[in-house]
Design a binder for this molecule. Structure first.
Ligand SMILES: *Cc1c(COP(=O)(O)O)cnc(C)c1O
Length: 431
């Protein structure tokens, strides 16, 4: 194996109890009852995870395989990730920043959300652990990613979602042939049921018993931001939060890059974004505590609607320790955020991206983010999946007859300088 495709030795361990678990499908420490993490031999990584090896790799997340938990013998070949980092000049001008970037996972391959990254890494481990069936509890995007990637890997899939999920996310799961079970309850009910199923059957649930491996996939967002900035770190990251895993893992990625000398050390501040209708982490940050008070979600941002977030305490602590902040926005602001990003940058994001954009706007308005600081707003999903939330903001115009005069009348109408309408008869008579 060449060093460019080598992996660093890794194992599961608990930060709290210090206990090691080797590699197995397990997510919670049996002594401290806290989430398990993947730990790498970072000294061994010094000769493996180098800029040279990364740059020689493919233009997708597997260029970072040196610090991903990929079991021996698994040869990843799905081109997930390496999405654009876009300088958002227009949006920045509107919001009052002249150094704003958008990380655009609305176009992540294959299912148009950042969840493709976590699923790719989790499913790389499925066969090594002897799973023929995989699944997840999902608020939508994860369901799409598991369904698509399990189809390609030839694994059976069983996916559980809250019954009220957006129709596009349901269809985007069924089309791949996955078994979909709609649960009469919210995400937290679904997630508890999945834990019971995982115990009962020998199935790999990407965000339950495979969760430590899954969440490592989120690090690739952080690696890409640093590499795309020319191996530099930003001043600020604004990140949407559901379970609170992504924001933690972007931080972990930056810390690893600094530790291994791939970027210069820099203090990055982390800002979390939630919808007010499901804001347990932002409430904890505002209350200056790690203690999460669970909520019953009620928001159009369904992909972020986790009322009892597994990584919530860690996310709250990390935000406060880095000198960042968390904000939450109303459903009306979420829709405005979607429109703002679309009109300014030509990027159509889903409700989660509306949350991130609206929160970024508020943080700049509050002066928590300064105009000259390099700020990355993390856009995580595609607007075509949540069209039902914005349909009523647009009126589809009447059909226009294929004549120049009719076209001109109509354009004038749209632009708001319509001349008094001519009588219907006179127009008809002109032919
Ligand atoms: C899952 C998801 C998130 C949040 O991820 P966590 O790691 O659970 O905090 C953000 N945006 C979108 C679109 C998602 O689907």
């Amino acid at each position: 194996m060449s060093s460019a495709s080598a992996c660093t030795p890794y194992e599961l361990y608990s930060k709290e109890s210090g206990k090691s678990y080797g590699n197995q499908p397990l997510s919670i420490c049996d002594e401290s009852f806290t989430p398990l993490e993947v730990r790498y031999d970072l000294e061994a990584a010094r000769s493996i995870f180098t800029r040279k090896n990364i740059e020689a790799g493919p233009a997708n997340i597997w260029r970072y395989r040196g610090l991903l938990p990929i079991p021996e013998g698994f040869e990843p070949d799905l081109p997930v990730g390496f999405t654009p980092l876009v300088k958002a000049k227009n949006l920045g001008r509107r919001l009052g920043s002249n150094n704003l970037y958008v990380k655009n996972d609305a176009v992540c391959f294959p299912t148009l959300s950042f969840k493709d990254r976590v699923v790719a890494v989790a499913l790389a481990n499925a066969r090594a652990f002897g799973f023929e069936t995989v699944g997840c509890s999902s608020t939508g995007n994860l369901a799409n990613a598991v369904a698509a990637q399990s189809a390609r890997l030839g694994l059976k899939a069983c996916i559980l979602v809250p019954a009220d999920l957006e129709p596009a996310k349901i269809l985007n799961t069924l089309v791949y042939g996955a078994r979909l079970v709609r649960i009469d309850g919210n995400y937290d009910h679904v997630n508890r049921l999945c834990s019971l199923i995982a115990d009962q059957y020998n199935w790999g649930f990407v965000n339950v018993n495979l969760r430590p491996y899954y969440s490592e996939g989120s690090k690739t967002v952080g690696y890409e931001i640093a590499e795309q900035l020319g191996w530099k770190l930003p001043d600020n990251v604004v990140c949407p939060m559901a379970g609170g895993s992504l924001i933690r893992k972007i931080k972990k990625a930056f810390d690893e890059l600094i530790y291994l000398g791939l970027v210069e050390a820099k203090h990055v501040r982390f800002f979390g974004a939630q919808a007010t209708g499901c804001s347990p982490i932002s409430q904890a940050v505002k209350g200056n505590t790690d203690v999460i008070t669970p909520q019953k979600p009620d928001t159009i941002a369904r992909s972020l609607a986790i009322g009892n977030p597994a990584d919530g305490p860690y996310a709250s602590r990390l935000i406060r320790e880095t000198g960042g902040w968390a904000e939450d926005v109303s459903d009306v602001e979420i829709v405005s955020g979607i429109q703002e990003l679309a009109e300014a940058e030509g990027i159509f994001t889903e409700t989660a991206g509306g949350v991130t954009t609206a929160v970024t706007a508020r943080l700049i308005a509050q002066g928590r983010i300064s105009p000259d600081e390099l700020t990355v707003s993390v856009i995580t999903g595609n607007g075509l999946k949540t069209t039902d939330c914005i349909n009523d903001r647009f009126t589809v115009g009447r059909a226009v007859r294929p004549r120049l005069a009719d076209f001109e009348d109509y354009i004038n109408e749209l632009d708001g300088n319509s001349a008094p309408a001519e009588p219907e008869l006179a127009i008809a008579g002109g032919n």
